[in-house]
Design a protein around this ligand. Structure first.
Ligand code: FAD
Ligand code: DLZ
Ligand code: SF4
Length: 510
């Protein structure tokens, strides 16, 4: 029998892919737990466990459905921990005449597998992953010849093309494309944060295998009480729970933060989406239906759909249009190393202590913690964007480079000079105080700009705009900032800069 090997990567856990809809004796599915993937960046323990557990469960499902599977575990002595060498062995072992793989989402693996395929003497084919709304180059095609790319224009085109939240006259429901201005309430404790109803797993045995294989990691493994979904049925249950109980509040509190709540009204669906257990179309359809049926307000449904139909597809397009090279951008020439408290949360800045500790405990933080606390500080302080990128890529359970890098390098660090975002997302303490309870009880004073107890965000904010005047002053969205800076006068600005320089010299002690 002429055997075809089909490689399934750790973020391709999609039982609805057309590959699996027919049973073929001449196809062997291969999955492998390899050091090349665990080690390309230092990973959070939960990310490694979540991927391996999902891969193992997927292999089990495939076998139960009658498919042939060859699975290489992390501790298998035959495992050479590299896709090419393992594939060479498997091709020889099974006498395979063809290799197929689904399009990888990361440039790194895409080019690695393409180079490998070129050198093979057997047939090799890359299949569609059947997941995204858009092809890799669709965003680039929409903006061909245009200097400025805008997520909002892309999002409107997607709404129109896929007829999502559109009326019969092809106009957006509610007369507006975007309800962003309604999505900015702070959270005072009401309504209460929803219960976390996710199924818990005991992955202690898997964790032991990972440790025995000497895979390096950081963060809490939480192996005995593991919360990330194992498979599609669990992800669907999580989606149901979110749509029925949480989505109605998503819009109002989308940008809120709290020291008393880690999840607030976010979906926690990014891991299930990025590993393809869930398809973005079904998630969007559920949110749209909840609005149609009167179970969620339009502001909430639109806000949630914008993240998936808009941002998620858009950042992927930016990634493929700019790789390789995107992760090396550093328009401000920032070069400071990450303070060691990025690895334990031991800082007196209450906002950062909470967001970082939560990231280390849960392998998750919601968008505003990632953007306006950790990312905001990193940019204002002048941390090296490639180091910040590696931290984000390692720490979050949903982090895969195609989505993490544009968010970190582009949206959060503005290191690409504005390819993705129209202005840097930075703020002083005033914004963090408005959107959270972090500043109450913080060692630092949110109102002070200078002195030992002054909130570091304040002087760093003004110093950032002063240092980077040449790059930023012409940006029309920053006119107000520069007018305010001009009004402050040279000596006040110099004093703030001196204070900020002092802070940057002692980041470890903040
Ligand atoms: P929700 O708030 O419930 O949003 C619903 C879904 O929308 C998410 O599951 C996600 O699929 C999508 N989404 C929301 N915002 C974005 C966005 N900006 N870009 C792409 N998709 C989005 N998201 C990742 O999936 N992986 C990452 O590695 C990642 N890194 C980030 C790094 C930085 C610096 C920032 C600022 C954001 C990053 N994001 C990343 C985007 C966002 O923070 C996460 O998608 C979100 O926090 C996941 O939690 P959730 O599922 O509860 O999201
Ligand atoms: C993230 C990850 C990890 C930690 N380990 C593996 C692995 O051992 N085997 C595998 O097939 N995939 C793994 N992954 C997911 C891949 O890194 C992911 O498929 C690529 O980055 C493409 O997006
Ligand atoms: Fe963060 Fe400053 Fe507020 Fe403290 S005062 S929580 S450091 S913003």
């Amino acid at each position: 029998m002429a055997i075809t090997l089909r490689l399934i990567l750790g973020d391709q856990i999609n039982p609805r892919h057309s590959w699996f809809q027919e049973q073929r004796n001449d196809v062997i599915y291969v999955l492998m737990e390899v050091r090349q993937e665990t080690d390309y960046v230092l990973h959070h323990a939960q990310k490694i466990i979540a991927i391996f557990a999902a891969m193992r469960d997927f292999a089990r499902q495939l076998r139960n459905a009658g498919h042939r599977v060859d699975y290489l575990e992390i501790g298998d002595p035959a495992n050479q921990h590299c896709f090419q060498t393992n594939l060479d062995t498997l091709i020889a072992r099974h006498g395979a005449v063809a290799l197929e793989y689904q399009e990888p989402d990361e440039w790194r693996l895409d080019s690695q597998l393409a180079a490998y395929a070129k050198g093979l003497s057997i047939t090799c084919r890359m299949a569609d992953s059947e997941h995204f709304y858009t092809g890799r180059d669709e965003v680039a095609r929409q903006f061909a010849g245009q200097k400025r790319w805008l997520m909002e224009s892309f999002y409107r085109a997607m709404r129109t093309r896929h007829r999502i939240l559109m009326n019969d006259e092809d106009k957006p429901h509610g007369g507006q494309w975007n309800f962003d201005h309604d999505n900015r309430k702070a959270w005072s404790g009401t309504p209460p944060e929803p219960m976390d109803s996710r199924v818990r797993h005991d992955h202690s045995a898997l964790w032991r295998a990972i440790v025995i294989a000497d895979v390096k990691s950081f963060g809490q493994p939480s192996a005995g009480q593991f919360a990330w979904p194992l498979n599609r049925p669990e992800a669907l249950r999580q989606l149901d729970h979110f749509v029925e109980n949480i989505l109605p509040h998503f819009g109002d509190f989308q940008d809120a933060m709290s020291s008393r709540a880690s999840r607030l009204f976010h979906s926690l669906l990014s891991f299930a989406l990025n590993t393809k257990m869930l398809n973005p179309r079904e998630v969007v359809a559920r949110a749209e239906a909840a609005w149609h049926e009167g179970r969620a307000p339009l502001t909430a449904a639109e806000g949630f759909i914008r993240q998936i139909l808009g941002w998620r597809e858009y950042v992927r397009g930016v990634y493929w249009a700019n790789m390789p090279g995107y992760t090396g951008h550093n328009v401000f020439g920032h070069d400071l190393p990450l303070p060691t408290w990025f690895w334990d949360g031991e800082t007196r800045m209450r906002c950062l202590a909470h967001a970082i500790r939560q990231s280390l405990e849960d392998a998750h933080a919601h968008h505003i913690q990632r953007l306006m606390v950790i990312g905001n500080f990193s940019l204002l302080a002048g941390l090296h964007p490639a180091e910040v990128h590696r931290w984000y890529l390692g720490v979050y359970v949903d982090a895969f480079e195609w989505v993490e890098a544009p968010n970190t390098i582009g949206m959060s660090q503005f290191a690409d000079g504005g390819l993705l975002a129209t202005k840097p997302y930075v703020s002083s303490a005033a914004y963090i105080n408005r959107m959270s309870d972090y500043c109450k009880g913080c060692y630092y004073d949110k109102k002070l700009r200078e002195g030992d107890r002054a909130c570091p965000f304040n002087s760093l904010y003004w110093d950032f705009f002063t240092r980077n005047k040449d790059t930023l002053a012409a940006n029309p969205r920053l006119g107000m900032v520069y007018r305010q800076l001009n009004r402050m006068g040279d000596s006040a600005v110099s004093a703030l800069q001196a204070h900020a320089s002092g802070l940057r010299r002692q980041l470890e002690r903040l």
